[in-house]
Ligand binder design. Structure first.
Ligand SMILES: Cc1cc2nc3c(=O)[nH]c(=O)nc-3n(C[C@H](O)[C@H](O)[C@H](O)COP(=O)(O)OP(=O)(O)OC[C@H]3O[C@@H](n4cnc5c(N)ncnc54)[C@H](O)[C@@H]3O)c2cc1C
Length: 393
């Protein structure tokens, strides 16, 4: 990296959003110069994720069949109610538990083959705008430098600063920030074809616990809690109790913590010469906390709108607004509804969810799809009607 480099697009962040943005920009225009910065020393590590992803969403971007980045293929979803009642949803092609230490490098290889320059161990430390576009300050293995870019893609994740430096409001209300902790545990006896989701105020207040199999006798076992409801205890303390109660013979071989923003998309995701995507723009599903596929969808949309803006030599906020509008139409408006739904559901107590589990188990297992569970819950629990109404408001 020379002290002042130039590129058409500077992507900040080598997660799913940034890597897909880089790959897809070059798929649309091979002549673009695209530089991607990743602060960590390796793409894909350290992992701060349960690593679950849906089949359909992932397959839009990269083929999972036989891929080295698949830890497990998942065909079953099992819910545990607060009192331990198990609800098994009908089996099907649910998704995958990934190995993100391989998944992101696979995406990076594709972006690199398409022509992106990927700089690891290199961090954006600030940016300012002048008549010639953005000037981004970076710090890397060879010291400090500046990169001039016609377009910046801010894909710097949950604690990203780039959009904020550019003047966008990325603040998160504390009730919409979940603190998560996760162990990779071995010596755990779980169905390696199933993911388990465990709810309850005594398990993970404001969030849920998950068990995502990783092959052999291992699994990612984690939980997320809303700090305001966590009764002064950290996510790790809740997790330690959980692991002790449910997996007492499990061996902890890895540990990670991280935040998940369960808040709808920020109000403005673009400004002159800059597009924000993925967690940096709060594009996580507020109900499930899943964000990998959403980040990739946002990265692809950023590439589509960005490439056409660059070709037209107009990267003004007005031109880039199409990105925001199309995102809201594709998923953002649903997230607003999911957020309201989550809020309404948080007012019910554990006894209600125990009853809900009982109702769900009244449906024959082979017919027990999420849609049927939802329909039956509505019939049997009229208190849910105002909640559902909120969804459609
Ligand atoms: C504990 C936990 C469990 C989760 N489980 C799941 C799950 O099972 N399924 C799911 O779909 N989602 C899950 N998520 C959410 C998921 O990890 C994110 O939604 C997803 O990674 C978002 O992708 P992204 O590209 O927007 O951001 P990230 O993957 O966070 O990538 C952003 C990258 O930017 C880099 N970066 C940040 N600042 C700079 C800078 N200034 N300069 C250069 N680089 C920078 C970071 O190092 C990082 O690599 C989980 C999250 C947590 C914390």
């Amino acid at each position: 990296m020379t002290p002042l480099s130039r590129c058409d697009v500077l992507v900040v962040g080598g997660g799913p959003a940034g890597l897909i943005a880089a790959r897809e920009l070059l798929a649309r225009d091979r002549a673009l110069s695209v530089v991607l910065l990743e602060r960590d020393r390796a793409i894909g590590a350290p992992v701060r994720c349960g690593e679950g992803g849906g089949s359909d969403g992932l397959s839009e971007f990269i083929d999972p069949a036989g891929a080295s980045w698949v830890s497990r293929r998942i065909t079953k979803v099992i819910f545990w109610a607060p009192n331990g009642t198990e609800v098994r949803v009908a089996e099907g092609d649910v998704g995958y538990v990934l190995d993100r230490t391989r998944f992101e490098p696979a995406l990076a290889a594709e972006a690199g083959r398409a022509g992106a320059e990927i700089l690891v161990g290199t961090e954006a430390t600030g940016l300012r705008r002048d008549d010639n576009g953005w000037l981004v300050a970076v710090r890397g293995p060879s010291g400090e430098a500046s990169i001039r870019a016609r377009l910046v893609v801010a894909a710097d994740g949950v604690d990203g600063m780039v959009a904020r430096w550019a003047g966008l409001d990325t603040r998160v209300p504390s009730r919409d920030m979940e603190s998560c902790a996760q162990y990779l545990m071995s010596n755990v006896a779980v169905d390696q074809d199933a993911i388990y989701l465990h709810f309850g105020d005594g398990v993970a207040p404001g969030g849920y616990a998950w068990v995502f199999p990783k092959g052999g006798d291992s699994a990612n076992i984690g939980l997320g809690v809303v700090a305001l409801r966590a009764r002064g205890r950290t996510a790790r303390q809740w997790l330690d109790d959980y692991a002790q109660s449910y997996f007492p013979t499990g061996v902890k071989v890895g540990y990670t913590v991280g935040g998940v923003i369960v808040h709808p998309t920020i109000k403005r995701t673009v400004t002159d010469g800059l597009i924000t995507c993925g967690d940096a723009a709060h594009m996580i599903n507020p109900l499930s906390g899943g964000g990998i596929v959403n980040a990739m969808k946002a990265g692809r949309l950023a590439a589509e709108v960005g490439a056409s803006a660059l070709a037209a030599r107009d990267t003004s906020a007005a031109r880039l607004q199409r990105y925001h509008d199309e995102w809201m139409e594709m998923l953002g408006d649903d997230h607003v509804r999911f957020h309201r739904l989550k809020d309404a559901l948080s007012k019910f107590d554990d006894a209600f969810f125990d009853n809900l589990a009982k109702t769900a188990n009244g449906i024959a297992q082979e017919k027990r799809t999420l849609r049927r569970i939802f329909g039956s819950a509505l019939m049997h629990h009229p208190t849910l009607l105002p909640v559902v109404a909120k969804y459609f408001v």
